[in-house]
Design a protein around this ligand. Structure first.
Ligand code: E4P
Length: 218
């Protein structure tokens, strides 16, 4: 399973990238706003900065919600860097735009997906990635991981090439559940990625190894 980091924060992107296990980055307008990035040109500069840090796919989301607007914005974003993936919301004009982009060879990430039906439309339109939002479903007492399982099964059954990118990951256990569900990618906050490292037996085992070494080497 590939790991993307879900942030627009450059320090966090660098830290995750330095671990050597990062495959890409996802952003959204809320994450960009959180970093205080405003204005079209500043957003574009920021996406290029991210692409210069990480050698992997970087999702940049369109703001337009009408077909012509999505096409114009998506083509501009795709022209910024070969690693840019145009992130498009799962609405009617978005699905039409994904079809257009896939025919033009522009890679896409269909976002704000909450049902197997939406994931089916994204795949039929030729999306490179589909982003089901695990945490936001869990927030409303629905089962986000079960949605991942259903989409993975549907895509395998029908042979769709669209990759399942589990989004809205909130904690480390979600990552493990995404692996078990067969997701192709999980996009995660840095804290959830770092959580994978934690085990008390690793800490106590290392302390014992170092103490034993010191006993005979000092
Ligand atoms: C990334 O592709 C999504 O926009 C993001 O994971 C949403 O996460 P949230 O539900 O924590 O805002």
């Amino acid at each position: 399973m590939k790991f993307f980091i879900d942030t627009a924060n450059l320090d966090q992107i660098r830290e995750a990238n330095d671990l050597g296990v990062l495959d890409g980055v996802t952003t959204n307008p809320s994450l960009m706003a959180k970093e205080g990035i405003r204005g079209e040109e500043n957003c574009k500069k920021h996406y290029v900065e991210i692409c210069n840090i990480v050698d992997g796919d970087v999702s940049a989301e369109v703001i337009a919600t009408d077909y012509e607007g999505i096409i114009k914005e998506g083509e501009e974003l795709a022209a910024l860097h070969p690693n840019i993936v145009v992130k498009v919301p799962c609405i009617a004009d978005g699905i039409k735009a994904i079809k257009y982009f896939s025919q033009k060879g522009i890679r896409t990430n269909c976002t704000l997906v909450f049902s197997p039906g939406q994931a089916l439309l994204a795949a039929k339109a030729g999306a490179t990635y589909v982003s089901p939002f695990v945490g936001r479903l869990d927030d409303i007492c629905s089962d986000g991981i079960q949605l991942i399982e259903k989409i993975v099964d549907m895509y395998a059954y029908y042979g769709f090439k669209t990759q399942v990118l589990a989004a809205s990951i909130r904690h480390t256990q979600h990552i493990i559940q995404c692996i078990e569900a067969g997701a192709d990618v999980a996009t995660c906050p840095l804290s959830a990625i770092k959580g994978l490292l934690k085990h008390p037996l690793t800490d106590s085992g290392l302390a014992t190894f170092l103490a034993d070494y010191k006993k005979v080497n000092s």
